[in-house]
Design a binder for this molecule. Structure first.
Ligand SMILES: Nc1ncnc2c1ncn2[C@@H]1O[C@H](COP(=O)(O)OP(=O)(O)OP(=O)(O)O)[C@@H](O)[C@H]1O
Ligand SMILES: [Mg+2]
Length: 399
C-alpha cells in the first residue's frame, strides 16, 4: 500500500493531496499488471475508471483509416489517463494500449464517489486538477490554431510569389519572340513602302529578304502560340477535374501510345510494371496523364541523344502508404545522361531549361509539379546521378 501512496504522491495529478487523502485513494483502487499490447481502454466505450501508470508504459492512439493509428501520446510511470470518467461516463476519446508489460493502478468512479463523501478535500482537488487539464488543452488548441493560420498565411505568400515569378517569366519569354516579330514586320512594311514609291527608280530586290523576314515572323509567332498554350495548360490544371476510377495499365499504355515512333527522339522502349494490388486508382485522370507525359517527354528530349544510347525507360507502380493512408507510388526511371546536382535544384522552376536552343520552354516539370501538388494531392521528387540516369518518384493517395 505504501508504494502505491508514494506513486500517487509522485504523480503530478495527485501531488497536492494530503497524506490522508492519498491513503484513502490507495485503498479505494486496485493494482494490476497488464502484458504488452493489452488494450486498457477503447475509444468510444463508456469510461468508468481512472488509471495511474505505476510501471511500464502505454500509448494513446486514435484510429486513422482501417489499419493505421495516430499516436496522440506515450505515457510512462506516474502518468494518469481516463480522469474525466471520475465525473461522468462519457465515451473514451482515445484508445490506450500498453507498449510493454505495465503495472497500473485503477480507481473506479463509484468507489471514488463513495470516497468523496468522506473526504471533501478531494472534490476541490479534482475540480482544480480537471480545470488545469481543460486550460492546458485549450492553450494547446489555441497554439495549434495559431500555427495552422501561420502555415496557411505562409502558403498564401508562397503562392503569390510563385504567381508573380510566373508572370515575370511569361513577360520575359514573350518579349524576345514578340520583339523579333516587330522587327521583321517593320522591315517588310519598310520594303513595301519603298517599292510603292514611283520616284524610286532603283527598286532593290527585296523579295528574298521578305521571304526570310516572314519565316522569322512565322517561327516567332509559333513560339508565342506554343508558350500561350503551355500557360493555358497550367491555368487549366488549377481548375480541377472530377475523380474517376482509372485502370493503371490502360492509362499508362495510353500515355506511351501518345509518343508515336515518328515523334520520338531518344526514347526507344518503355517497360511497365504495375505491382499495385488493385491495378486501379481513383483520381483526376487527365492530370495524371499530363504528369506522366511530361516525365516521358523529358526522357525523350534530355536523357538520351537522338542517335545514341538504348533509350530505355521504366515505369513501376506499387502500393505505398502516405500520410497515414493507402497511396500509389509511380517511379519513372531512365538510364541516360542524368542531371548535375546544381541543375537538379532548379529543374522545377518555371522556364528553367537546358534545351532552349532546341525549342524547349522549361515548363514541363512546372506543369507536372502543379498537377501533382494540386489536383492529384501528392508529391513529386526527382533523383539523379549524372551518367547513370534519373528517377522521378510520384506519390498520390489511392483514392
Ligand atoms: N530525364 C531527364 N534527364 C535529363 N535531364 C532532365 C530530365 N528531366 C528533366 N531534365 C532537365 O530538367 C530541365 C527542366 O525540365 P522541364 O520539363 O521543366 O523543361 P524542358 O523539358 O527543358 O522544357 P519543356 O518541358 O517546356 O519542353 C530540362 O531542361 C533538363 O535539363
Ligand atoms: Mg520537359
Amino acid at each position: 500500500m505504501e508504494s502505491i501512496v508514494r506513486h500517487l504522491s509522485e504523480s503530478l495529478f495527485f501531488q497536492r493531496l494530503g497524506s490522508d487523502e492519498l491513503l484513502a485513494l490507495a485503498h479505494c483502487g486496485s493494482r494490476f499488471v497488464a502484458p504488452a499490447g493489452a488494450e486498457i481502454i477503447r475509444r468510444g466505450e463508456e469510461g468508468d475508471a481512472l488509471f495511474l501508470v505505476l510501471d511500464g508504459g502505454v500509448k494513446v492512439t486514435i484510429p486513422e483509416g482501417q489499419a493505421e493509428e495516430f499516436v496522440v501520446a506515450r505515457l510512462g510511470k506516474g502518468s494518469i489517463f481516463g480522469e474525466l470518467s471520475l465525473l461522468d461516463s462519457g465515451p473514451r476519446s482515445a484508445t490506450v494500449t500498453t507498449v510493454v508489460e505495465t503495472t497500473l493502478f485503477m480507481i473506479r468512479r463509484n468507489d471514488f464517489h463513495r470516497l468523496l463523501l468522506r473526504h471533501q478535500g478531494l472534490l476541490a482537488w479534482l475540480l482544480a486538477g480537471l480545470s488545469r487539464r481543460v486550460r492546458e488543452s485549450t492553450m494547446a488548441r489555441h497554439q495549434d490554431e495559431v500555427s495552422r493560420r501561420l502555415a496557411e498565411a505562409q502558403r498564401e505568400i508562397d503562392r503569390h510569389r510563385a504567381v508573380s515569378s510566373m508572370v515575370a517569366g511569361i513577360a520575359h519569354e514573350l518579349n524576345a519572340p514578340l520583339g523579333a516579330c516587330l522587327t521583321a514586320a517593320s522591315m517588310v512594311s519598310g520594303w513595301l513602302a519603298a517599292s510603292d514609291d514611283p520616284a524610286d527608280e532603283q527598286q532593290p530586290d527585296w523579295r528574298g529578304e521578305v521571304v526570310e523576314a516572314t519565316s522569322l515572323l512565322i517561327e516567332n509567332i509559333s513560339r508565342c502560340c506554343s508558350l500561350v498554350r503551355s500557360f493555358s495548360e497550367i491555368a487549366a490544371l488549377q481548375q480541377g477535374e472530377a475523380k474517376t476510377r482509372v485502370d493503371l495499365r490502360e492509362m499508362i499504355d495510353g500515355v506511351i501510345g501518345g509518343f508515336s515512333d515518328d515523334r520520338r527522339l531518344g526514347l526507344k522502349e518503355v517497360a511497365v510494371r504495375v505491382d499495385a494490388a488493385e491495378g486501379a486508382w481513383r483520381g483526376c485522370r487527365s492530370q495524371m496523364e499530363q504528369v506522366l507525359t511530361q516525365l516521358l517527354a523529358n526522357i525523350d528530349a534530355h536523357a538520351y541523344a537522338p542517335d545514341g544510347g538504348d533509350g530505355r525507360a521504366e515505369i513501376v507502380v506499387s502500393d505505398h502508404r502516405w500520410r497515414g493512408g493507402p497511396a500509389l507510388r509511380f517511379e519513372v526511371r531512365d538510364f541516360g545522361a542524368g542531371i548535375a546536382p546544381d541543375t537538379l535544384l532548379r529543374v522545377c522552376d518555371p522556364f528553367f531549361t537546358t534545351g532552349r536552343e532546341r525549342g524547349h520552354k522549361g515548363l514541363g516539370l512546372t506543369i507536372a509539379s502543379h498537377a501533382v501538388t494540386g489536383a492529384l494531392g501528392g508529391t513529386l521528387a526527382l533523383e539523379s546521378t549524372p551518367g547513370q540516369g534519373t528517377t522521378a518518384t510520384l506519390v498520390v493517395p489511392l483514392a
